[in-house]
Design a binder for this molecule. Structure first.
Ligand SMILES: [Cu+2]
Ligand SMILES: [Zn+2]
Length: 181
């Protein structure tokens, strides 16, 4: 009676095959979005989009309610938690690799260190940066579910977190809708 072992072997093969297929067919999340809302007493709001392109992530931010003519620190923070009125619930800078803080041109920096946005005279900012030290939802420093914070002051690159002052805007990074504009 050799049917049973054969059946077992066949079902094992089928199982392995379908598991492999499932891994290969799993939809890869390439777009993420964070909608920022002001923390208590502030006015910062806007939309930040993240797009995976190969090993890089392009970040495009459109923000309002900033201090006219001023730079504002712009970071990914550890937690996608904007529940506290001052934004402190988002935790520290997203830093899974245990680096020191830095501006984007520094070789050593936190994964979440996205530098500064520059507000125009109307308190609006458009900012684009492409980084290769995070992924949207890949194995390298995935950002999905983390927080985005805009600060009241510029990030000067100093330790430990850039002297960026209070948190004026907070958003959670979610799965983006590729069809949204
Ligand atoms: Cu920050
Ligand atoms: Zn940092």
């Amino acid at each position: 009676m050799k049917t049973l072992p054969l059946l077992l072997a066949m079902s094992a093969l089928c199982f392995t095959g379908s598991a492999l297929l499932r891994a290969a067919d799993a939809p890869v999340i390439k777009q993420a979005v964070a909608v920022l809302h002001p923390t208590a007493g502030n006015h910062c709001h806007g939309v930040v989009r993240f797009t995976q392109d190969g090993d890089s992530v392009k970040v495009v931010a459109d923000l309002e309610g900033l201090t006219p003519g001023q730079k504002h620190a712009f970071h990914i923070h550890q937690f996608g938690d904007c529940s506290s009125p001052d934004g402190m619930s988002a935790g520290g800078h997203y830093n899974p690799e245990g680096h020191k803080h830095g501006l984007p041109d520094a070789q050593e920096r936190h994964a979440g260190d996205l530098g500064n946005v520059q507000a125009d005279n109307d308190g609006k900012a458009h900012y684009e940066i492409t980084v290769n030290n995070v992924s949207v939802a890949g194995s390298m420093n995935p950002i999905l579910g983390r927080g985005v914070i805009v600060h009241g002051k510029p990030d000067d690159g100093g330790q430990p977190v850039g002297n960026a002052g209070p948190r004026i805007g907070c958003g959670v990074i979610g799965v983006g809708n590729p069809g949204a504009k």
